[in-house]
Ligand binder design. Structure first.
Ligand SMILES: Nc1ncnc2c1ncn2[C@@H]1O[C@H](COP(=O)(O)OP(=O)(O)OP(=O)(O)O)[C@@H](O)[C@H]1O
Length: 271
């Protein structure tokens, strides 16, 4: 692989057993996660977002393709190495926050416990403050609202910060103000050098990301990146020559008809 970043997947494939054979949850997905960048994975329900996240967080092994962590093939890592990387270098924010937090610990103790596992010494109160959880520092999970649990899961995943933060719908339960706190916290982790990847349906999180990967039925249908000139959209051309336009471009063709002109090595699309 040419540009490996922190984590790189090539031709990732994932299969799940289904009554009618196997579900192909991912079909040949290429992805690179870079330090300092926030990547959003978006797509309709069932398109494979959570599956791709689980593979990127090294929680699931792909059925096919290659995944490399800091240039090393993940398939060649032993159980101890994998365990160490997951514990020390990857922050995981589950779709259901309770699945990545310790139910018996208070909010503050969650953060000190994660810091101990990662062998770092950050100020837990600063993280609680950043996510507006200071008043809940002594609360256990069962006594916290869904939105508070979600913010705590973000604070815990970000302790350090680790090299990689992987988040499944980190803003789903949140109003605009708290979603902004969460996204700002994830951005501060990226600024400190972490690679951040999140699956999301949330337009606020999509607009915030540096790179957006669009999944459709297990296939990467396009990539949108923030560039100096605005947003650039790269999309795949399928075997029949079809392309998927981003929503903003599609809106320019309300009649569903397009005139295609090839001129000087460029293709122009006109309504
Ligand atoms: N453990 C599993 N066993 C069987 N099929 C699964 C399993 N996990 C996911 N799938 C199937 O794989 C496909 C992709 O699922 P995935 O959860 O990755 O999609 P998603 O884009 O995250 O969806 P959502 O937005 O609804 O969370 C779906 O068809 C789903 O039914």
């Amino acid at each position: 692989m040419a540009d490996e970043g922190l984590l790189a997947g090539a031709e990732l494939l994932q299969l799940y057993p289904a009554p009618t054979g196997a579900t192909q949850a991912l079909r040949g997905v290429d992805v690179v996660v870079r330090p300092g960048r926030v990547t959003a994975i978006t797509g309709p329900s069932g398109s494979g977002k959570s599956t791709l996240l689980a593979i990127l967080a090294l929680r699931e092994r792909p059925a096919g393709g290659e995944l490399r962590w800091r240039g090393r093939a993940v398939s060649a890592l032993g159980r101890r190495d994998l365990h160490r990387i997951r514990r020390r270098e990857i922050g995981w924010i589950a779709q259901v926050p309770g699945h990545c937090l310790f139910p018996q610990l208070t909010a503050r103790r969650q953060l000190t416990q994660v810091a101990r596992l990662r062998r770092v010494h950050p100020d837990p109160d600063a993280a609680l403050r950043a996510l507006d959880l200071t008043a809940r520092a002594g609360a256990r999970l069962a006594a916290m609202s869904g939105g508070e649990q979600q913010r705590l899961a973000v604070a815990a995943a970000a302790v350090g910060p680790p090299a990689l933060i992987v988040a499944d719908e980190p803003t789903a339960e949140l109003d605009d103000d708290t979603a902004e706190l969460v996204l700002a916290h994830l951005r501060s982790c990226a600024t400190a050098g972490a690679g951040v990847v999140m699956a999301t349906h949330d337009a606020r999180a999509v607009a915030f990301a540096d790179t957006v990967l669009h999944l459709s039925r297990g296939v990467l249908s396009g990539t949108t990146s923030q560039t100096d000139n605005g947003r650039a959209h790269a999309t795949a051309i399928d075997g029949q020559g079809r392309i998927q336009l981003p929503a903003a471009a599609l809106a320019l063709f309300p009649a569903g008809q397009v005139v295609v002109t090839v001129r000087d090595g460029h293709v122009e699309l006109h309504p």
